[in-house]
Design a protein around this ligand. Sequence first.
Ligand code: GTP
Length: 445
Amino acid sequence: MSTAPDHPDAQEYEALLQFMYMAPVGLVQLDADGAIQMLNPVSAQLLMPLSRDGELINLFDALAPVAPDLRQQCASYAAPQGPICDAIRLYVHADDKSGGPQVMSLSMLKLDADRLMAVLTDVTEQDRRERQLRKTDAWLNAIMTNISDYALVSLDRQGRVESWNESIQRVTGYQAEAIKGQPYARFYPDGATTEAQQLDRLREADENGWTLDEGLRQRADGSEFWGSAMISPLPARADDTAPSPVPRTDDDPAYCMIIRDISDRRDLSENLRKAAYSDHLTGLSNRRAFFEAADLELTRRLKAVRPVALLVIDADHFKAINDRHGHPAGDAVLAHLAQTMRSVCRQVDVLARIGGEEFAVILPSVALDDARVIAERLRAEVVRTPALYEQQTIAYSISIGVAVMDDTLTGFDGLIKRADEALYAAKRRGRNQVAIWQNPAPEQA
Ligand SMILES: Nc1nc2c(ncn2[C@@H]2O[C@H](COP(=O)(O)OP(=O)(O)OP(=O)(O)O)[C@@H](O)[C@H]2O)c(=O)[nH]1
């Protein structure tokens, strides 16, 4: 059929040819026996490794080494037109140098009784990634099913459990329904971490690539074990099929958390840690641990401004207690004071003995009013519950200086100085009381 060049049919045909030529996929038109009638540059390039002597005459012959049934499949397709096969993968050749086979995806369409259309795409890279992912999946599954003391969960941007692996049930006893959407603090004993600390850790993971902490963890039944928890950010989700990266939502997995039961090696490391960081008499943090904790708290405060309060506590007339009851009794009073501090403070607070009969408490995320209440509660509790030593009841009292971090202070030394000034004011005013540091002079609580 001939058509004048400016006839609409001719223009349409011209446009079709242009489309075939420009199409980013391989298009081959063939007759029912496979004889190639037309092929575009992409298909020529894709089929070239299969051509004999650089000639592409019959598609079925060219593809016979990788799709031997194709001729038969097309011949037995009875419908007058329609899809014969959809996106079947053809592994063209395994070339060791290129790191894997060239992979084509082939779809065949029957246009009418005499014409078939083959659509070819190069999916080598996609196939390679899929194989890599399957390998990684198999690896991870092997790790998670064979190592019984690791649990793996993914967290969303807010630190809520987003997905979980059955290993979490083995290590923590939690079922999926009970833990999904919950903050990861569910694995910690009550009061062992605050919301601000959890977000700090996520921020640390973002900045350093990971964050690790060790301590008591809690199982679903409330029992505790010694565990480590490592959190690291997941790489930004890359969706190959999307035209641009898919933006993350708050519910997408953003972090991976690995909890490990390390009860076995806890004793060894705990003994070493205690020797280096604990006060032998009271079991509280020693000076070294106290100042390291203070540094950490201040670094965190730089990233997210929030209150930090400090209590400096001193036993009143302690020399007289020693003189009256003896030095060992004095020791028992100090141990009793430490125990009372533990009973009043939270797990996140840093309780330390920083001198002979001088103690300090860092209260993260606590503002002045609450710090005053805590200090007063501690003072009253010491008076209410005297120490016991060898059947003797030893009544004693404490004085407490309170100060909070503010922007006029550059370091922790300044905060300690203020709390000390408040403590001396409490002593001056008669002891057994709480004094708050206030500019210019500390005032009674
Ligand atoms: N038992 C015992 N006493 C200690 C320890 N460390 C320091 N002390 C004693 O604590 C006493 C502190 O006395 P001072 O600094 O004079 O103060 P204080 O008698 O408590 O009087 P104020 O603080 O002014 O109320 C000293 O007698 C120290 O020997 C310790 O580890 N155990």
